[in-house]
Design a protein around this ligand. Sequence first.
Ligand code: NAG
Length: 451
Amino acid sequence: MANMATIYQLSLLVMSCCIQAGRGGSCPTLDCRFTWEKPGEGLKHESCLLHVRASAKSQSEEELAEPSSSSDVAPDRVYHVTDGSSTLCLPSLHPPRGSLIKPKCDLHHFPPQPADVQWAASLTDSALSPAHLQADWLSAAIVSLDGGLALSTVSRAATATSQSNVVLSVLSKTVSVRTRLGDAVLIDCQFWMDPLSPLSASGFAVEWRYQFRGKGHVVLAYDGKMDRLADAQQEGATLDFASLHATGNASLILQEAKAHDSGTYICAVHLPYLLAQVAVELEVVEPPSLSISPSPLPLAVPGQVLSVQCSASGFVPLPLELSWEFRSVDGATKALGEGSLSGHRVAWDGTYTQSSWLELDTSALGRGGELVCVAHHEGRTRRSRVALEVIGFSTPTIEDSMAMVGVALVLYGVIKLAFWNIAERPMSRKGVRRYGNTSANQRFFSCFPNV
Ligand SMILES: *[C@@H]1O[C@H](CO)[C@@H](O)[C@H](O)[C@H]1NC(C)=O
């Protein structure tokens, strides 16, 4: 760990090159909200302004950028920050004039304190000069929804001055991530620490926490000073450690997205006594697999009611809309409603299953066509089809009639022949019983001589 300082210098270099090539001056001012707690009165909010400079060099430009100060901001709520990482200057934090979606920026005082988690405990092992901590510490949390970017910085101002320097900055360029089930996921998080600050020389710790509906756990925690991973590590979750030490790339890698991985992921970076964190939403989305049963459908006669089931399985998240359609031979589509829906069930892998039953009345469906099960899920639509054949429908054609007459004639002949045979056989076999005027019945019974 002796070459840490070099690594941080390098990371400074890389980050400033990537993010802010050549730009060393002031950036547009950020409109923020300052929040503090007033004893007995709870949280208070006040508008404030954040003037940002990308590096400490260009003192003269500060005057140039000096406020055109909005009248509703108190002079002591105007902050000046020098950001060596230049992340506060990222274009997506400064939308063009007139843009309706503005980044959300929150400032508050930051009280430096030792971390209360075990993987960051080593950072404050050796007592640092408390004099350095005695300053005005300011934390800024900025989310730009259109840019999909979340940023959190901690900066230090010598007591009673308004000029502060960013010491730690944590950034995610993707505040919401969507993935298919089973895919590998990268949840972006980059951090920067001021190489000139004595705090950055003592190492860092990274922690990823997961939260969903009030529940949470630690996904992964890494003590960068001791180069040690905490035991509580979620299976399949990892970091790229080389890139973490080289460039502050703390992105979380999930090897295979599972249904229950959807939720909020918090990337927290500890420096001794300091902490900055950003939150990223992960949504695992998988459309359903559909199957219709019975398949193929049995032949139906007009007026027959068929019971058909469509099962949707393997989808996340809820809800799902199932419905039925009928597409006739000539291509016309008719909606058949949603049928009777089952409730959803959760499968072993956390995905959902849901079914719809349809009592399909074939009387208005002509000669048939295609029965379609339609599933609407998260903006995507899936369909499953099965052929439906209705037989004996409609008035017969001339050929059909002729054929039917033919069949009838043949049948008649066959029956006639059978009766004739039955009637004649006993006589020819025994030649004993003879009846002058036997009725058909008697002739029939004469087949069984002993009756
Ligand atoms: C961070 O590391 C991951 C994993 O190696 C990589 O895919 C990603 O591109 C890196 N991000 C940056 C900004 O370097």
